[in-house]
Design a protein around this ligand. Structure first.
Ligand code: TXA
Ligand code: MG
Length: 328
């Protein structure tokens, strides 16, 4: 397949962006599909490329928190506190949008998602561009987010002109999204920054519950998302291998993704494709999407994944695995 140019040429990227084109750029979480957030036509180009419904809002990426008040009509004290603590970094804040922000960016809503990414190439791009870049993850709608420039090329081929290549993403999971538009700060999406750390900075005031009473719609929170094309099943460790053996008896070729807790053997079985994932959340997150992509391309009948521990630090990983799983 012919593909987009992989490049590190910030000036060439800025020229494309100023001409209303879409450019993929790296962040610390996943690769984004960026366009000038002030140009509604350019932003529409993102939706076309991704095949994403037009009412799904995009996150606007900024070079620093100095321009927050340009994009949000109200910036509460909590926003500055969180920005100070976590930016640049994998945290997105939902705030009331400023009047000038095109509705194309916010999916027609009166709120806006803002973040300052922690990647040198992204920051250089944003500084040189001198404005906000609206960017969703650079996958086709519903698919696994890309964590390398080659993943983006696999997703979009020659449908974009340029992919800025910033290497492998160091966080590997999308940003944590916190809404500050209700009377209490609310977790909308667990992600790269553990929710407990956000809560600590807010003096324990973070609401973890699902946003049933919120003004906010976060349509990216569909139950099937981040999904490989191979059916994926989640199993507790003790039920995983019986399931594998039953499938093999039925003539299937499953692949297995397990955890490697200390003290337990790797349980590698001859003839079965198995990936043993790291036991720390940071490493697991970094490798998760690339591993799912590799296994998805392996011609397996099914992917069987060991469910990680049900503790807070695994919240974001649990969330992505559940969305990747085939609905029962
Ligand atoms: O780490 C990330 O956040 C990556 C990188 C590229 O920055 N971006 C990302 O974008 O994951 P996307 O579009 O794939 O997911 C953004 C999520 C969606 O679930 C969307 O609904 C939510 O953010 N979102 C954006 N703006 C919002 C708003 N105004 N209100 C509620 N949710 C919003
Ligand atoms: Mg996405």
């Amino acid at each position: 397949m012919k593909g987009a140019t992989l490049s590190t040429d910030i000036h060439a990227a800025c020229e494309l962006l100023r001409a209303g084109k879409v450019v993929s750029f790296p962040t610390e979480t996943v690769y984004g599909l960026g366009a000038d957030a002030g140009n509604p036509l350019a932003v529409r180009g993102i939706f076309e490329l991704k095949g994403r419904p037009a009412d799904h809002p995009l996150i606007v990426h900024l070079a620093d928190s100095a321009s927050l008040a340009q994009w949000a009509s109200e910036v509460p004290e909590d926003a500055y506190r969180l920005a100070e603590h976590f930016w640049p970094g994998p945290l997105t804040l939902i705030l009331p949008k400023a009047a000038a922000v095109p509705l194309e960016v916010t999916g027609g809503q009166d709120t806006i998602g803002l973040r300052v990414p922690d990647h040198p190439l992204a920051l250089e791009l944003l500084r040189t561009f001198g404005g906000g870049l609206a960017a969703p993850s650079a996958n086709r709608f519903g698919r696994i987010s890309p964590t390398s420039a080659n993943h983006v090329r696999d997703e979009l081929g020659d449908r974009i002109e340029m992919i800025l290549d910033g290497g492998d993403c160091q966080v590997g999971l999308e940003s944590t999204i916190i809404s500050l538009v209700d009377n209490v700060p609310r977790l909308l999406r667990p992600g790269g920054i553990p929710a407990a750390e956000v809560s600590a900075v807010l003096g324990g005031r973070l609401e973890f519950s699902s946003p049933a009473h919120s003004r906010v719609r976060a349509p990216g929170m569909l139950s099937s998302h981040y999904a490989p094309t191979t059916p994926l099943e989640l199993w507790p460790g003790e039920e995983l291998w019986p399931r594998v053996h039953a499938l093999i008896k039925n003539g299937e070729r499953p692949a297995v993704m397990t955890l490697a807790p200390a003290g337990r053997g790797l349980e590698v079985e001859p003839g079965i494709a198995q990936v043993v994932m790291p036991s720390t959340t940071r490493e697991y997150a970094r490798q998760l999407y690339a591993t799912l992509r590799t296994l998805d391309a392996g011609g397996h009948s099914r992917l069987l994944v060991e469910i990680p521990p049900a503790t807070g630090e695994w919240l974001a990983i649990q969330d992505r695995l559940r969305r990747a799983a085939t609905p029962a």
